[in-house]
Design a protein around this ligand. Structure first.
Ligand code: ATP
Length: 341
């Protein structure tokens, strides 16, 4: 480092080299030994440059932006961050609060509606009952052909069991429904099946409806066909002949209606495959038990091995045996009782 450099920094100062000869020599020696570029030495010695540089940098920035803006933006930046967090939290709280309010309003509305129609439920998070058949399109995107068919059949309003069982099944919940004879249970389980299944699929049987008697099975098949009018659903009634001689491997069936004995026979003797069944309905389950079909039902439930199957039990009365079965075969079921148990 030359003397020029030093004298530039300390210009205006008189430096007595004689008086400080020793210090000067040591200072010079140190610099020469370290072999560090001049500027670094100055930085090291003066030890103010980093701050100065920072200040200079800041000044440069300040100049570019203008001081008023800088102060403002700085203070805005400093204050706005925490403020935004608070705002966000408040917003979230607001949304949370609104959701909670909406949730409680819905609970109240549902409770009033259920009271009005004599619907009693148990199970967690039970979907709202239908206010009208129109809810099916607004809430569940029901196809217009189904609503048209219902209108053609002269059904204007859903019956109480339909109001609660249809949304439960459409929400993918297993369902255990008890309502008096003639209260429209058939439509309550057929409607969600027709809404959810793709018609004319070649995947095999995807819905099984078990009825305690041949007459009831025939009646249910007829009703199902009426409701499905306009869509190419393969809806089959398990007749005696079909159970004995049916070539189920080459047959298209979407929905199968049967009595337990015939169905069990077809499973055993005709290798009927029920592994793709998505909906299994035990209609008039109280009668199914009265007639002693426990063993057959058991093997049918086993044959319907699809893990995502939705099982439902519909019944006019609720004996302990039916409740017991419901508990053993259902998961997270919604229990619906219309009127008195
Ligand atoms: N929403 C509705 N509005 C008017 N009539 C209806 C409605 N739903 C079903 N029905 C009619 O009510 C009658 C009884 O219905 P359904 O046979 O389904 O009753 P159920 O509860 O299954 O009786 P059961 O216990 O004898 O099987 C049928 O003629 C059916 O077409």
């Amino acid at each position: 480092m030359g003397d020029k450099g030093l004298s530039f920094l300390f210009s205006g100062l008189h430096f007595n080299r004689k008086k400080f000869a020793d210090d000067f020599a040591r200072f010079k020696e140190k610099n020469e030994n370290e072999d560090i570029p001049e500027t670094s030495t100055i930085v090291e010695t003066v030890k103010v440059e980093p701050e100065d540089k920072l200040a200079a940098g800041k000044k440069r920035k300040r100049k570019e932006k203008g001081s008023a803006e800088r102060v403002e933006s700085f203070s805005v930046f400093k204050k706005s961050e925490p403020a935004r967090v608070v705002e966000d939290e408040e917003k979230e709280e607001d949304i949370g609060l609104q959701e909670k309010k909406e949730y409680h309003r819905r609970i109240e509305r549902d409770a009033l509606s259920r009271k009005k129609y004599g619907i009693h439920i148990s199970g967690h998070n039970v979907p709202s009952p239908l206010q009208s058949f129109d809810d099916l399109s607004s809430r569940y995107g029901c196809k217009s052909y189904l609503l048209r068919n219902i209108a053609e059949l002269g059904f204007k309003e859903p019956t109480p069991i339909q109001r609660q069982a249809i949304p439960a099944l459409l929400s993918g919940r297993e369902c255990f429904a008890c309502a008096p004879t003639g209260s429209g249970k058939t439509l309550a389980f057929l409607f969600p099946i027709l809404m959810k299944l793709k018609p004319g699929s070649k995947e095999g049987i995807r819905a099984v409806i078990l009825c305690p008697t041949r007459e009831l099975a025939t009646q249910t098949t007829r009703e199902c066909k009426k409701l499905a009018k306009g869509k190419k659903f393969y809806i089959k009634l398990m007749t005696k002949d079909l159970a004995k001689n049916g070539d189920f491997g080459s047959m298209h069936i979407d929905i199968l209606v049967s009595t337990p004995l015939r169905l069990q026979f077809a499973i055993r003797k005709r290798k009927l495959d029920l592994s793709r069944v998505e909906y299994l309905v035990l209609d008039e389950s109280d009668k199914l038990f009265e007639l002693g079909f426990v063993k057959q039902i058991d093997s049918i439930v086993k044959a319907c091995s699809n893990p995502s199957i939705i099982r439902s039990l519909f019944s006019a009365t609720l004996p302990e045996s039916v409740e017991e079965l419901a508990r053993t075969i259902m998961h997270d079921a919604v229990r619906i009782i219309v009127g008195r148990k």
